[in-house]
Write a protein that binds this ligand. Structure first.
Ligand code: UDP
Length: 245
């Protein structure tokens, strides 16, 4: 078990890509559902206000640091994370592993048509990958049983849930005991990127931790959400630095 630190009370595993993937492989081999969450600074701030989200993250089997803000915060807190492990890159590595080992994935979430398009692109990128089902992420509460049955009929090794946070984490937690899958990961807008609907930030923005800026340029309506990063950094600076374990 790797080390876990707390950033503003939210647990984060001190894993790099290789370690995260090793743990993922173990999840796929063992019984029960392992929840993987990928918080960025916005999600950390939200968890402080939403006890259900906080509890979901606390119960997750793996919490990967998807967000440059978390890496900065870990340095301020004197428990530096080795690197940022983005949800979308981690997903790519997981799919690569699944494709080479005859394992399956189900894509649940995003607007109608997106998951199917993402599935096509994934199968092209990772030959041998078996996407055993797709389902859009817009549903009424009374449709949840049907969705659960759809997922369980496919019994995927990995369930990708793209409902945005906290919906995706809360969905998995609610049905954790009934889901027939080995691992479930909240992937936010990753299916939009995979489908080609949303462009991922070019290398320059990624390398300099400026993905948030690129995303803002693409979707200026998200400006309120962008305020989360500076707010988060301020909170970390003024937080009690002894509360990191
Ligand atoms: N989404 C969904 N159902 C909902 C709300 C959102 O399937 O009820 C999808 C949305 O279409 C998008 C994804 O959730 O593909 C994540 O959205 P967002 O960009 O907000 O992700 P985040 O920034 O939280 O990772």
């Amino acid at each position: 078990m790797s080390d876990r630190i707390k950033i503003l009370g939210v647990p984060v595993d001190m894993v790099n890509y290789a370690e995260a993937l090793e743990r993922f492989k173990k999840f796929i081999e063992k019984d029960g559902v392992s929840l993987i969450v990928t918080p960025n600074s916005e999600i950390v701030v939200n968890a402080g206000k939403n006890p259900d989200l906080m509890s979901a993250i606390e119960q997750a089997e793996m919490v990967i640091p998807d967000g440059i803000g978390l890496v900065y915060a870990s340095k301020i807190l004197k428990h530096p994370l080795e690197e940022r492990v983005t949800g979308i890159d981690f997903l790519g590595k997981s799919l690569d592993y699944l494709s080479k080992n005859g394992k399956t994935v189900f894509l649940f979430g995003s607007k109608p048509g997106i998951a199917a398009k993402a599935a096509e692109k994934m199968e092209e990128t990772y030959p041998g990958l078996k996407v055993v089902g797709t389902r859009n992420g817009y549903f009424k509460p009374e449709e949840e049983e049907e969705i659960l049955a759809e997922i369980n009929n496919a019994a995927p090794d990995l369930l990708c849930v793209a409902l945005g946070s906290p919906k995706q984490e809360l969905f998995v937690l609610k049905y954790k005991d009934r889901l027939k899958t080995k691992a479930a990961i909240g992937v936010g807008g990753s299916l939009d990127v995979w489908s080609g609907e949303l462009k991922r930030a070019p290398e320059f923005y990624r390398k300099h931790g400026l993905e948030w800026l690129y995303r803002f340029i693409q979707e200026p309506s998200r400006y309120k959400r962008m305020a989360a990063l500076p707010l988060f950094m301020l909170k970390v600076l003024f937080s009690d630095k002894s509360q990191t374990k």
